[in-house]
Design a protein around this ligand. Sequence first.
Ligand code: NAI
Length: 391
Amino acid sequence: MNIGVIGSGTMGSGIAQVAATSGCQVKIYDTNQAALDKAKDALDKILSRLIEKGRIDSEEKNRIQSNISYVNNLIDLSDSNLTIEAIVENLEIKKKVFSELEGYVSDDCIIASNTSSLSIASIAASLKNPKRCVGIHFFNPAPLMKLVEVIPAIQTSYETLETSIDTIASWNKTVAVAKDTPGFIVNRVARPFYGEALRIYEEGIADFAIIDSAMKDIGGFRMGPFELMDFIGNDVNYTVTETVFTAFYFDPRYKPSFTQKRFAEAGYLGRKSGIGYYEYDENGKIIENKGVTSSAAETSIKQQIFDRVLVMLINEAADALFLNIASAEDIDNAMTKGVNYPKGLLAWADEKSINWCVSKLDEMYTEYHEDRYRCSPLLRKMNKENKTFFN
Ligand code: NAI
């Protein structure tokens, strides 16, 4: 299968590696020759490291590299069966590239976008045949993250969707099909992990380290919210939150936080700037936070923090199911395979009990009287009918 990748930055080069590893012939196109050179060098380094770790041999490295060519004319992608675009997140620029590309490729070539925040319908509208357009959304780093969200626009044909799902699954990825709504699955359902943690901090309930330790020690998350925001970058994470908030017509559930905005404005971006919610040494390691102790009182606060963030995540996942954004299985897979959550949120809801979720949310709603804490109608209905998500 011939794959065309447009844009050889972080995502494009990762996607090319995934497709080439699975035996596809890949061409990567970029307008910037330096970006193409950088992608080629980076792949060489990544594959050499895999050899050092004993994961592949040099024959495999050669095979993967010989499956990829680097081109600087869009017309060179004309023999593609599937193209995946991963250029700058700008609708006008993407539209321009898509309509030019459509003039070169065959009628049955699928034209996909890796966009995180633009609607697939708006991108598809730039094509003469919008039925061939679909969202194929990888996670960073693409070669390591198992999940790929596949997003049909209202224009997308059944054939385009099926071929895209089959192709991505053949690349050894887990596919979750999502509706063309802001944040798709992961970037929508994950919002409370950051937002509720920031709110807890702003209320003065606990500091960053205690909130992080609650999510890791009690919940089993690999990173706490503040460590993760520092890792992603406060500028990037803030922008995603603001984009989702705006796209949802300012639903208070997605309201961004001033704390994070100020960190971004101050240049306290996290690991990449050496300082964020934590300070980092030159190797990107957190300089030990000596403030964290573990008294009995603190253990009870940590439990309250964990319960509060978890129930807000569950509420978001339940509401995504309620609004048919994706199936229950795909929502849980998305969070475990796209962002490494220790458990699927709907399975977690079953474990805690639906009644626990509804009571906890109603307790917060009673306390705050904010729409942000409204319980999903689905959870309330399931509680009345004594239902669970999976059993
Ligand atoms: P990047 O900035 O690393 O790479 C973008 C590349 O596109 C650059 O090499 C640039 O030279 C090239 N480019 C810009 N305009 C072009 C044009 N008109 N024609 C050809 N090439 C052009 O960006 P990144 O992070 O790889 O993101 C790309 C896309 O993937 C965006 O739509 C983004 O929303 C999405 N995405 C990003 C994720 C991330 O974690 N970085 C995760 C999932 C999706």
